[in-house]
Design a protein around this ligand. Sequence first.
Ligand code: FMN
Length: 359
Amino acid sequence: MSSKLFTSAKIGTMELSNRLVRSATQDPFGQPDGTACQAQIDLHADIAESGVPLIITAYTYVSPEGRATDIQVGFCNETHYESQKKVVEAVHAKGGRIALQINHAGQNVYFTPDLPDPTPLAPSGDKKAPNGLMTREITVEDMDRLCKDYVAAAVKGKELGFDAVQLHCAHGYLLNQFMDPNYNQREDEFGGSAENRFRFVRQILLALREALGADYPILVKVNSNCAGEADAAYAEDIVYFCREFEALGVDAIELSGFDWIAQGKQKNHNYYLERAKAVRAAVNIPIIFVGGVRTQEDIDAVLDAGMDFISLSRPFIAQPDLIEHLKAGEDAKCISCSKCFVLWEREGRRCVLHDKPEA
Ligand SMILES: Cc1cc2nc3c(=O)[nH]c(=O)nc-3n(C[C@H](O)[C@H](O)[C@H](O)COP(=O)(O)O)c2cc1C
């Protein structure tokens, strides 16, 4: 067992008792009205009670049209706020801390939200969204409105007792779409160079810091890579983005990537460690490493490379009491099959390693 894993460390003003984070996870699924089901609330409490010092919520949508799926929890109306308050209280009652992940799906909406105008918004227009509708290019006025939505969610989160906010800039959603040249084909000052592709994210981070105050922890989750040929240049872009995050007062960067599902199916581990090392050399703020950490050896490799925290998602689905197993020197049992995306709905169980519920 890594000697560093169970030592304390800080993210901004937050002192955390060890280096484990539960990465943002929709587990189990949210309800059609965008609230968390009781099983989700209970699971957060169990993970907190087990000794994981920081849990990041599932991605919550900050604007009704930014909802990615019908099982996604939201954070843009009173019903959502009441529901998430229960999540916060459940985690705090067990001595844990919780960060609110805020998101807008952009073009990656997988269903059609019930809205007068469900047109997906995206950095670039005329793209086919997963729900079959064509995107409309986001205007500067849209950006101002969306920025306000992100800020309103974060401020409300702080008011409800969330210990931190995490701005979701990863996994193909709106802010990642701006940063990733495969999505962003704009010809104005929001497209082209890395600086331009970062401009909208910068606007939001400046507004978040101003609204939340100097001491409130702001985290970001970002892709360390992108698909195809563009990835060669993106290797430099990600270092630039992370330096900018630090300059803008971000308290910790969670480094993920676009292809974590495929990487898991190929049975790879520590998917993004080489990219993370390049970022480590460039910034001083804490790095939270996520993606394919499964064995004690993986944990050592990540911490020995200078990463501050280890974030896991699917291993906590398989074993909510994972921390006990890690303490005992065991590896995580998760096989990264990602069937957890569909099992709850289809079979009422969350992981292939769990028993099927009795009929
Ligand atoms: C069922 C499920 C739901 C997820 N939901 C989110 C989410 O809401 N926000 C997010 O940033 N990542 C989400 N992820 C991705 C994880 O946070 C993490 O980045 C990814 O699973 C890789 O980590 P792992 O190898 O430890 O599972 C989800 C993953 C799974 C399996």
